[in-house]
Design a protein around this ligand. Structure first.
Ligand SMILES: [Mg+2]
Length: 367
């Protein structure tokens, strides 16, 4: 089989200002989404998404005429580009969609087939006041979620801890809370210093008293020793690695036993095939893997297939923070993905990714 064409469809979706401002020091007020469509000489078409694919046109010729089923070679080829170019993992997603269709199996089965569903946690984006965050958690709990992750901004640590405390008091003990300090990577243009280790240690102590299940990305990537100290000091699980740039760096983190939970996003960090390697090496050490999924619905779906295949857990991230971020908005160009009445995300059973793209919507938002 040969790849005959790779089409990039670039879309943007307007964002709620409050939602965007919470993330981006230089808000663009738009959510970029690029749909990758790979065509083959067998008539099978694969789709992927999750990153912008900026600059990919310069490298497209490296893939045209190659065999989509030789997936390790394709992964290696994509890796050779991430030095001068970008990380073009949505292309790998489209290739797995093709492989799944050829095999007649969901992609999750090709990744191990361990689970057909995973419990999801509501993952917040906005920085809400304590009462509002507590109310949002109660609403999420009523909707079926069993866990929520709350971001704490380094610009307002006290406000963030107050939001976690108010949430814990509102939801009680039978609902897991996680906290993300987002200190491992930066949005473009953010050159402010990270919170120092001593401050992070005090934050971790306060969060431990609130029975936080894991503390995510408490320190910059280089500070493995600091992360280990926070974990030893509090006994709290440490999570990290959502945007780590290479499998070599992730392998070194696992080797150093840097975290309890490894989170490379399969469409942003190291791709699907490599994420499975991370999951397996972490599991061999009795550590966990559960990927970051904060892109669009197709990116979430790619992460769901890998996560279900490799037996990820204890929860899968479900980007959810209404009214700014809802399944309808996140999954705007496909049939929205949502939890079932037990709080689980169920893997589609159709061959490949099993996504249902709304091509009219794609056309409407194409730029
Ligand atoms: Mg995170």
């Amino acid at each position: 089989m040969k790849i005959t064409a790779i089409r990039l469809t670039r879309m943007t979706l307007p964002l709620e200002p409050a939602f965007n401002a919470a993330w981006d020091p230089n808000p663009r007020r738009q959510f970029p989404a690029t749909l990758v469509t790979v065509e083959t000489d067998a008539g099978i078409v694969g789709i992927g998404s999750g990153d912008t694919m900026d600059g990919f046109e310069a490298y497209e010729h490296l893939f045209l005429g190659t065999d989509p089923l030789q997936i390790l070679n394709q992964v290696r080829r994509i890796e050779t580009i991430n030095f001068h170019g970008g990380r073009y993992w949505p292309l790998e997603v489209a290739l797995w969609d093709i492989i799944g269709q050829v095999a007649g199996l969901p992609v999750s089965v090709l990744f191990g087939g361990a689970r057909d569903r995973l419990p999801a946690y509501a993952s917040c984006g906005e920085l809400k006041a304590p009462e509002a965050r507590a109310q949002s958690a109660l609403a999420a709990k009523a909707r079926g979620f069993r866990a929520m992750k709350i971001r704490i901004s380094r610009d307002d640590v006290a406000g963030g801890i107050a939001a976690v405390r108010a949430t814990r008091e509102a939801v009680g003990d039978d609902f897991d809370l996680m906290v993300d300090l987002n200190q491992m990577w930066r949005m473009s243009g953010d050159i402010a210093p990270a919170l120092p280790l001593a401050r992070v240690q005090r934050i971790a102590e306060e969060l431990q008293e609130l029975a936080v299940l894991w503390l995510e990305e408490p320190l910059p990537q280089v500070d493995v020793v600091g992360a280990q100290r926070v974990r030893a000091q509090t006994g709290m699980q440490i999570a990290g690695g959502e945007m780590v740039r290479s499998i070599a760096e992730l392998a070194a983190l696992v080797e150093a036993d840097a975290y309890d939970i490894y989170q490379p996003d399969v469409v942003l960090a190291v791709g699907m095939y490599r994420a499975r390697q991370v999951a397996e090496s972490a599991n061999l050490r009795h550590r966990l893997f559960t990927p970051h999924t904060w892109t669009n619905g197709l990116g979430l779906l790619a992460n769901l297939h890998v996560a279900a295949g490799v037996d990820a857990g204890p929860y899968l991230e479900f980007p959810y923070d209404p009214p700014g971020w809802t399944p309808d908005r996140r999954d705007f160009f496909l049939e929205p993905i949502d939890i079932d009445d037990t709080g689980c995300l169920v893997v589609p059973t159709a061959p490949g990714l099993g996504a249902t793209i709304d091509w009219d919507v794609v056309k409407r938002f194409t730029v």
